[in-house]
Structures are given as C-alpha cells and as structure tokens.
Design a protein around this ligand. Structure first.
Ligand code: ADP
Length: 309
C-alpha cells in the first residue's frame, strides 16, 4: 500500500533528515515508526502526506506515484500532524462539515460521514459543542475524526498519542484496531516504544534518517535478538545445563542470569519443547521455563547506543 524507494531529504547542506530510505507497508498493516526526536519521522510522514518534497526518491501510495501525482493520492490518505490547530469558534459538527466541503464530499454524504467519524472517535455527545469547550483529549479525537472523514485507505499519524492520558491512550489503541479491522492501513510514529508493540503488526526503527530494522513485529524481534530468549530456572548444575543446551541445533548462546540461565534460541517456538526435553532427559534440575518478555525499549536503547559509539 505504501512503497518508498531511496528517499533522501536534505534540508540544507548539514541537515540530512532522511538518507536513502526504502520501506514497504502492506495493506491492512499497522506500522509503527519508532525513533528518537530528530530521527526523521515527521519528515518521512510529511513527504508521504505530500506536504514536503524529498531531495530525491520515489513514493507510491495505493499504486499512485505520490510525487508525480499528489492530487490523485489525496483521497487515499488521511494525515494527522503532531501539531494541529482547530477553529475554536465553530461547533464540532461545523468544523467537520467545513473539512468535508474542502474534500468535495457531496452534501447528502456529508452528514452521514460526519456522524460516522464522530461515532468512531466517541465524540457523538459533543456534536453540538463549541470546539473551544473541548478538553485536550477531545480535541485530539476531533482532529482524528477530521482525518477519517473522507474514509482514506491510508492513515498517516504523527505522534497521535502524545498528550493523551493513559485511559485515552487505551481507547486510542482500540480505535486503531477497529480501523485496521475496517481495512485501513495505518502508519503511526512514536517515541513511546513499549506502547507500540501492543497493537502494531509491523515496526521500523528509524535513527538519524536511516531505517535500522523494519518488518513484521515477530521478525524484527527475531532479528534484533538473533532469536527467542528462553529463560530456564534451575536448582543447580548450571554449567551442565548450559553444555547440554548448546548441543541443540537451534541454540546460539547461553548466558547466566542469577539462578537462571538464558538461552538464545534461533528457531521457531514449536521447537522449544525439544530443548526442554533434552535438558530433562539429562536430569537437569529444571524448575521453570519461560520465554523472556520482548522488551522493545531495551532493544531500541541498545541499538541507539551502538549507533552513538
Ligand atoms: P522527528 O520527527 O523524528 O523528531 P524530524 O523529521 O522532525 O524528526 O527532523 C529530522 C531532522 O531534520 C532533524 O535534525 C531536524 O532538526 C531537521 N529538520 C526538520 N525540519 C526541518 C526544517 N524545516 N528545516 C531544517 N531542518 C529541519
């Protein structure tokens, strides 16, 4: 649904925001673009939303060349900027009606689409409220309703969850899942790493204008870890356990972690029982086997620090 090839953006001689970036996002994905401030997230999203021209590269959205024919791409995309402003002295429905007119939506459809998008973001009870009376979270939701108004196939959301309270974030996550089930493709940027793993089907880590990793969540984790980490609790005989574990063809490394050993397993989950069986056969005093929680934040921090050094 989104295809980016060799994208480069130089703001000036010294500021290269994107370096030869290539990326594919398939239809129906929720793609989380993760990176620290200044990584180039907003630059990439604004180029995809046709608001910014790259220095060079190619962008296709729904098969349309977004740089050559931006007008043809507009119906497909809904963009929500990290900085947005609303018209304070309009009513909520008037605000959406204004944008529906801008999108050239026929009067007959306008009311229905406004009502549907208000319903989706949970603002139906505030339909006739003044924009200026809305709370911060509601304003964000109104902006999101505006993004959804013309029923775009692709949603491009720049840090949409910033400034929302935890309850609001949870609702937002549910909303994204609903939108995904409705067939939307969603590209969402964030520096709130741990939250992204709950609902993203794909992730990419962007740093200093380069995509360090990108792909389905599971694959990216496998890539970052070089496998799955299996933590084994033992009552003793750690060295023997490590030696036996290493004889398994999928085991890449074994490290000690307190009373546990951590086994880096580079194979499908289905093969983990064969590792456990191997250990049990040798009477290793096993008391616990668990897959270590994949903590993207630590992976990300590790990647970031590797980059810096
Ligand atoms: P992020 O969204 O990940 O924080 P940005 O895309 O905003 O990153 O910025 C990437 C780099 O480009 C940063 O070094 C930033 O200072 C620079 N940059 C962003 N916008 C401009 C601009 N309009 N003019 C010059 N430099 C810019």
């Amino acid at each position: 649904m989104i295809s980016v090839r060799n994208l480069r953006k130089e703001y000036d001689e010294d500021t290269v925001a994107l370096k030869n970036l290539s990326l594919d996002i398939e239809e129906g994905a929720i793609y989380g673009l993760i990176g620290p401030n200044g990584a180039g997230k907003t630059t990439l999203l604004r180029i995809l939303a046709t608001l910014l021209e790259p220095t060079y590269g190619r962008v296709e959205i729904a098969g349309v060349d977004a740089l050559e024919e931006p007008e043809r791409v507009h119906p497909y995309i809904g963009f929500m900027s990290d900085r947005f402003s609303l018209y304070e002295d309009l009513l909520v429905w008037e605000y959406l009606d204004h944008f529906a007119r801008c999108y050239g939506i026929a009067p007959r459809q306008r009311r229905r689409l406004i009502d549907e998008s208000l319903e989706l973001v949970g603002l139906t009870p505030r339909r006739d409220s003044l924009v200026s009376s809305l709370s911060r979270g509601m304003r964000q939701r109104l902006c999101f309703a505006r993004t959804l108004l013309h029923q775009p196939k692709v949603l491009i959301l720049d840090e949409p969850a910033s400034g929302i309270d935890p309850a609001g974030r949870l609702e937002f996550r549910e909303l994204l899942k609903t939108l995904q089930s409705m067939g939307h493709t969603i590209l969402i940027s964030s520096h709130i790493l741990t939250e992204m793993t709950d609902f993203c089907s794909h992730i990419g880590i962007l740093e200093k204008g380069e995509l360090l990793v990108s792909g389905p969540l599971e694959e990216v984790f496998q890539q970052l870890h070089g496998g799955i980490v299996v933590r084994v609790g033992l009552l003793g005989r750690h060295e023997q356990a490590a030696r036996i574990a290493r004889t398994h063809p999928a085991v890449r490394n074994v490290t000690a972690n307190g009373a546990d050993i951590e086994i880096l397993f580079n194979g499908p989950k289905e093969e983990i029982p064969s590792l456990v069986k191997l250990l049990a056969q040798e009477d290793v005093p096993l008391i616990r086997v668990e897959l270590v929680e994949r903590d993207l934040e630590s992976i990300y921090l590790r990647l970031a620090s590797t980059e810096i050094s």
